[in-house]
Design a protein around this ligand. Structure first.
Ligand code: HEC
Ligand code: HEC
Ligand code: HEC
Ligand code: HEC
Length: 413
């Protein structure tokens, strides 16, 4: 919001677009009802926030279907901007969302079309729907044709696999930019070169953006002649054709907070007591395997002191500082065995912080007879569940990390 107000002060009225997979993350959302309730709250927060941002359109993609189509339609009713998807149909063959929209800015008309990847049937069953997803390229072609000559440029929001992105880039007429959220970049390479987020191809441009909201992509258009090639401004500006300038900004904390957004986020963070939900709802039976650090501390004073001096011993306080301790997308890596020890974030009890058993594993009979119930040799296996660079965006190197967290050895005779 702060970043956007900055752009508006430059006299620019930006067109904000989202390529899809913005409401939910499929995962195992339905198993844990506390987390599921919060995901719904978070989706509502996102729609409210996008309304304030002044979004122009957002595509609907496969993760957005996690809670079924009715949920998406409720959120659509809350949104002041259209949800787009040209190739999603209900059981009666009716298209659910519009496939395109036209946005006017600075005297120009920009068409936006969107489609999603054709998902396998087992995936659609998983979200419990009888939806039909048709060929995305055919659907996009139909939408682009319908827009015809009425628009000055066309953006494709394509939550597609790389083959379809190639079909779009190579065969579709009349399009200018393809915006692809990077969801398939890891497992399934797209034709974007590694480390590059802007790729020109056949006179049109593919824009890729990711970063879980930590990065915003911006493209400035210098539209000189409809239907001609797009070239970066760094090319010869005297040559004919259209010019674009693409950039990415990391939304680092120095950009500053915005009071309107703070208000929304605070409401969300303080509204995490979900009424009507009990631990029985999630058929939760706490594991008896975990003893907790207090138990270990009785015999391992030196190791406990050392542990308290590391970040692991303060990991819960880290969340409390920003009021994030009741967030299900945070708590699991900042406590002991979330999901096995407790499920309601308001009942963390003795399981605060990354504890002894987060690393050493469980060994409930150990205190009775330590010599008979030894612990396995420590490996880096336990570290990766939390030090997952895909989530934390911090690289993890066990070799340099181990010495920093190795408790002092026991003094054995
Ligand atoms: C249950 C999740 C979890 C596990 C398991 C875990 N860590 Fe961490 N680790 C964290 C969190 C969270 C932080 C940040 C703590 C903070 O400052 O709030 C952290 C911080 C660190 C740091 C930063 C140094 C410091 O003292 O703050 C190092 C190094 C580290 N971990 C190494 C490891 C190693 C090595 C393992 C495996 C033997 C491991 N961690 C297992 C969650 C975990
Ligand atoms: C997948 C596990 C995981 C999740 C989920 C997670 N964290 Fe962490 N967090 C870590 C690890 C691991 C570190 C330590 C990273 C490092 O420095 O190596 C860390 C470090 C941090 C730090 C820096 C601590 C310091 O003082 O240096 C903050 C702040 C933090 N996390 C907050 C959060 C918030 C807020 C959320 C939820 C939005 C969250 N974390 C979700 C694993 C996680
Ligand atoms: C009643 C005292 C007692 C409690 C409680 C206790 N330990 Fe121990 N622990 C010992 C003793 C004594 C040894 C040394 C065993 C030996 O070498 O024969 C030991 C050894 C260890 C070792 C070294 C490896 C091994 O198996 O010898 C680790 C690691 C360890 N304990 C972790 C823990 C953790 C984690 C907890 C809490 C879940 C814990 N201990 C609770 C007394 C205790
Ligand atoms: C971040 C992971 C991590 C956490 C959390 C942790 N430890 Fe350790 N601990 C280690 C590592 C690594 C070593 C070094 C031993 C090794 O490499 O096998 C170690 C060593 C020990 C030893 C000495 C083993 C020996 O053979 O001399 C004991 C005892 C121990 N830890 C107990 C604890 C207790 C008690 C806690 C909680 C208060 C705790 N640890 C928390 C990772 C951890």
């Amino acid at each position: 919001m702060t970043f956007l107000s900055g752009i508006q002060k430059e006299g620019i009225d930006p067109i904000l677009l989202d390529g899809g997979d913005w409401l939910f993350n499929l995962g195992n959302v339905k198993k844990n009802k506390f987390a599921a309730r919060q995901l719904l709250q978070k989706a509502k927060l996102l729609v409210d926030a996008y309304n304030l941002f002044g979004y122009a359109a957002a595509a609907i993609a496969e993760h957005d279907l996690a809670f079924g189509i009715d949920t998406v339609q409720q959120l659509e009713a809350q949104a002041k901007f259209p949800f787009l998807c040209a190739n999603l149909f209900d059981a009666d063959g009716k298209q659910i969302f519009p496939g395109s929209t036209v946005i006017e800015r600075h005297g120009k008309k920009i068409g936006v079309v969107a489609a999603l990847i054709q998902l396998p049937d087992h995936f659609l069953k998983k979200v419990g729907t009888d939806l039909e997803i048709t060929d995305p390229v055919e659907a996009l072609t139909r939408e682009v044709k319908a827009l015809g000559e009425t628009v000055d440029a066309i953006f494709v929001l394509g939550h597609l696999d790389h083959k379809d992105i190639e079909r779009v880039a190579d065969t579709m007429k009349g399009i200018d930019f393809i915006l692809e959220p990077a969801s398939f970049a890891g497992s399934e390479p797209t034709w974007i070169n590694d480390g590059e987020e802007v790729t020109p191809r056949n006179g049109r441009v593919l824009l890729q953006i990711s970063g879980q909201g930590s990065t915003i992509g911006r493209v400035d258009l210098y539209l000189r002649e409809r239907g001609t090639e797009w070239k970066p401004v760094s090319d010869d500006p005297a040559s004919p054709g259209n010019l674009y300038n693409a950039s990415h900004t990391r939304l680092a904390s120095h950009i500053g907070r915005h009071p309107a957004m703070d208000k929304l986020v605070t409401e969300f963070l303080t509204g995490t007591h979900y009424t009507g939900l009990t631990e029985e709802d999630v058929t939760f039976i706490p594991s008896k395997e975990y003893l907790g650090a207090e138990t270990c501390a009785a015999c391992h004073v030196e190791q406990t002191e050392f542990w308290r001096s590391t970040g692991h011993g303060r990991a819960y306080a880290t969340l409390e500082k920003t009021g994030d301790q009741f967030r299900y997308d945070c708590v699991s890596c900042h406590v002991l065995a979330y999901g096995e020890t407790f499920v309601d974030a308001h009942k963390v009890g003795a399981f605060k912080d990354v504890q002894c058993e987060s690393c050493h594993g469980t060994n409930p009979k150990h205190p009775e007879d330590p010599a008979a119930h030894r612990w396995p040799q420590m490996t880096d296996k336990s570290c990766w569940s939390c030090h997952d660079p895909r989530v934390t965006r911090v690289p993890f190197d066990p070799q340099s990390a181990f010495p920093q967290v190795s408790c002092p050895p026991l003094k054995r005779d």
